[in-house]
Design a protein around this ligand. Structure first.
Ligand code: PMP
Length: 394
């Protein structure tokens, strides 16, 4: 008997996912930097973007990209350590450090590459990483890449995290790693408790503030500011420009020793071409707008609270108490697909989120609010969700 053709094997793997409601489609939605998108020919209200402050459509960001490209070209030509470090990268890194109240910072091509670089460089063979069970995929991949021993603690359980850290090897790096805001729940990590645990156990605390930067804290600095904490040498903040900041790229901010270690070891930085000047210029303009237009954060908070209130009035349970990520649990993957379809029929785009992005049995519709929305959009989305859920028997 001959071997099965290799492409058949791949096809069967995808078919197995289809059978349990886990097929994926890359749906073209047209420009997604405003309130509306066109999905499968239908104009829909967009309730699925992480552009929380609505900056991706801001004319100042577009102008920053155009000016940088016109003045400096479209490509940086090499990795940061060869000839790819541009004045705009250094200027941005100063701005990130100031923004995060940290002594030093480093700009990466994406948030995903930031997490890969940070975690796999700071911890290696013989070291220990203690990681929250619901951490983002990029942190999970980073743990695997590091070759360090990895211990996973139950979601949000800082006491258990500390026990695991206490069992770590002496005189080796111990890394405590958590999302600041969990991307699929919108809930905050217990950062004060994690920080106390890290201090007591001589560990570095890495917080991925991808969903918190620009959104949480009185001036949008992120989860530390929300909790009234100042960065300290033991804390490494990671984040991204691709969500509230309306651009693309990631960053790490922390002690000079940490940033130096990354410059010397982060393979996702060293072996990838440096971000183009336009990307750095957009990131810088995004940071400036967080301070220049605080109404965006205030408007976002008010709309997020309104959506939660309306869903509760309709008898729907959403996860989390605050913030622009408003997930509505459906349980099965099939039910989430049915609800997403019902929303689309009513002119709302918010796709189903299913395993492996969330645990088995925890499929959901993840609604996201942005500062580009208006009150009437939120009313429309809540009504559509209530109607679609009733129709789906949820
Ligand atoms: N961390 C978290 C928590 C995220 O949700 C994401 C993006 N989904 C990333 C990191 C990766 O960021 P980027 O999209 O900039 O690669």
């Amino acid at each position: 008997m001959g071997e099965r053709p290799v492409l058949e094997i791949l096809k069967d793997r995808v078919a197995a996912k289809q059978a349990v409601g886990l097929t994926r489609r890359l749906v073209s939605v047209g420009p997604a930097c405003g309130r509306h998108v066109t999905v499968r020919g239908r104009r829909c209200l967009l309730m699925a973007s992480n552009d929380y402050l609505g900056l991706a459509g801001h004319p100042r960001l577009a102008a920053a990209a155009q000016e940088a490209a016109a003045a400096c070209g479209t490509g940086s030509g090499a990795s940061r350590l060869i000839s790819g470090t541009l004045e705009s990268h250094l200027e941005l890194e100063w701005a990130i450090a100031r923004f995060k109240h940290a002594p030093a910072a480093l700009f990466f091509p994406t948030g995903y590459m930031t997490n890969l670089g940070v975690v796999s460089t700071l911890a290696g063979e013989g070291d220990l990483i203690v990681s929250d069970a619901l951490n983002h995929a990029s942190l999970i991949d980073a743990c695997r890449l590091s070759r360090a021993q990895v211990a996973v603690f139950p979601h949000g359980d800082a006491a258990r995290a500390e026990e695991l850290l206490a069992q770590g090897p002496a005189d080796r790096v111990k890394l405590l790693v958590s999302d600041g805001v969990f991307s699929m729940d919108g809930e905050l990590a217990p950062v004060p408790e994690l920080l106390a645990a890290a201090r007591r156990q001589n560990a570095l605390l890495v917080i991925d503030d991808a969903h918190a930067t620009g959104v949480w804290g009185a001036t949008g600095r992120g989860t530390l500011e929300h909790y009234g904490l100042e960065p300290e040498p033991q804390v490494v903040m990671a984040g991204t420009f691709s969500k509230a900041l309306g651009g693309l790229g990631g960053f790490a901010a922390g002690a000079p020793e940490v940033i130096e270690a990354l410059v010397h070891g982060a393979r996702s930085l060293l072996y990838s071409t440096a971000p183009p000047p336009a990307q750095a210029a957009v990131a810088l303009a995004g940071l400036e707008l967080v301070d220049a237009e605080p109404w965006r954060r205030e408007h976002l908070c008010a709309l997020s609270a309104l959506l939660r209130r309306r869903l509760a009035e309709a008898g729907l349970t959403s996860v989390g108490r605050a913030g622009p990520i408003v997930p509505v649990l459906t349980g099965s993957a099939q039910a989430s697909l049915q609800l997403a379809e019902g929303l689309w029929e009513r002119g709302i785009f918010a796709p189903a989120v299913r395993p492996p992005t969330v645990p088995e049995g925890a499929s959901r519709i993840r609604l996201t609010v942005t500062a580009a929305h208006q009150e009437s959009d939120i009313e429309q989305a809540a009504q559509a969700l209530a109607d679609a859920a009733r129709e789906a028997g949820l």
